[in-house]
Design a protein. Structure first.
Length: 134
């Protein structure tokens, strides 16, 4: 039997993540909370939004991540590069995706969030809690 995360814990983490999203938006990110049903649909929608807003990076979590967050208190944050016209087959975007992940991870830590991420641009950033104050 899995223990549900407390509503207070979820609210505290969500509040800090929203503050991070505000900072990331200033850096040119599209940021969305509890956005779309899954990663595939979210990415497709974000590419369209990116085209309209002339943005090329995003950070978000989708509905499935939201359910997991409410159950466990662990928030899976997804980040991505948004190529123009939705596709860039001839370009290796891995270095850019890594840079985007590093920007998101640094912003999370600056806001006092504990995260798990090994720097691999193919993996999500997991918000595991709030850093205790000294």
């Amino acid at each position: 039997m899995t223990r549900k995360a407390s509503p207070e814990r979820v609210a505290a983490i969500r509040s800090r993540v929203q503050a991070v999203f505000s900072e990331l938006r200033k850096m040119g990110f599209i940021c969305k909370s509890n956005f779309s049903c899954c990663m595939t649909c979210a990415t497709a929608e974000l590419v369209e939004i990116g085209e309209k807003r002339r943005r090329n990076r995003a950070c978000y979590w989708h509905h499935q991540d939201e359910e997991h967050f409410r159950d466990t208190g662990l928030l899976f944050l997804r980040y991505c590069y948004l190529p123009r016209n939705g596709i860039e087959v001839d370009t290796d975007t891995t270095p850019l995706e890594k840079q985007i992940g590093e920007q998101v991870a640094a912003a999370m830590k600056k806001q006092g969030l504990e995260i798990e991420w090994d720097g691999d641009p193919g993996k999500t950033i997991i918000v595991t809690g709030i850093t205790p104050k000294d």
